[in-house]
Every structure is written in structure tokens, then in C-alpha cells.
Design a protein around this ligand. Sequence first.
Ligand code: 9YT
Length: 131
Amino acid sequence: MIVRTLEDAKKSDRRVTAENWESVRMLLDEDKMGFSFHITTIYKGTETEIWYQNHLESVYCISGRGEVETTEDGKVYQIEPGTIYILDKNDKHKLRATTEDLVFACVFNPPLVGNETHDETGAYPLLKDAA
Ligand code: 9YT
């Protein structure tokens, strides 16, 4: 069994920061679970365009307020604690934290390796298979 705490993970290189968000990657490819698990905070007042072309992701809201828009059809879904959005079609989307920071628990398949950041298309590369 593996046991970790958010507090310890935050103090390590598992915490990754970007302009609009930060994320603590609590479970990664090296753990051999077939998925990765992240606690991600999206900063209030930001919009981030994301397109995980190589990964499926589920995103569960723990706290905060916001909305997610599917870019292709312009549909907007409100996000509040208890909402999950599931990117089952590698959907390109725009994520907005409106009146509060959004805090999410996120799962990725395939798992992230650990040091990915969004590229210019909003995707993560498949680092494990990269040359
Ligand atoms: C909300 C969302 O897409 N979270 C993804 C994980 C996070 N951006 C990370 O760990 O890179």
C-alpha cells in the first residue's frame, strides 16, 4: 500500500505551478496504478483553454465556483462542489474559475509521468513514449 498526504506532496516536486493553476500530483505513472491522481487549484478570475488529446480525464469539484465550456459546441456547464466533468472524448474545453478558486480532484488515463505542462495546444505530451 502507498500512503501520502497532500501536505507532504505540496512540499515536494509533485507540486507544479502555472500561470492560471497549480496542481499536486499525488499518484503518478511510476506507481503503476494505470491512472494518475491530482489535486488541482484553478485561480479565481482565470480562463484556461485545455485540450488533452492524449489523455482521458475526470474532474471532480471539491470546492469553489466556475464553469466549463466545450469549445466545439459552445455549451457552458456550471461547476460547484459535487460536480464532475468527464472528458470522455478528449474534448477541447475552456475552464473558468469565476467567483472563487476551483479545487478539483482529477484522474488521468494514461497516467501522467510527473513533469508535464500544457503545450501550446493545451495538451500534455505522452512523455513515457517520447524518445
Ligand atoms: C482541471 C484539470 O484539468 N486538471 C488537470 C491536472 C493539472 N492541470 C495537472 O496536474 O497538471
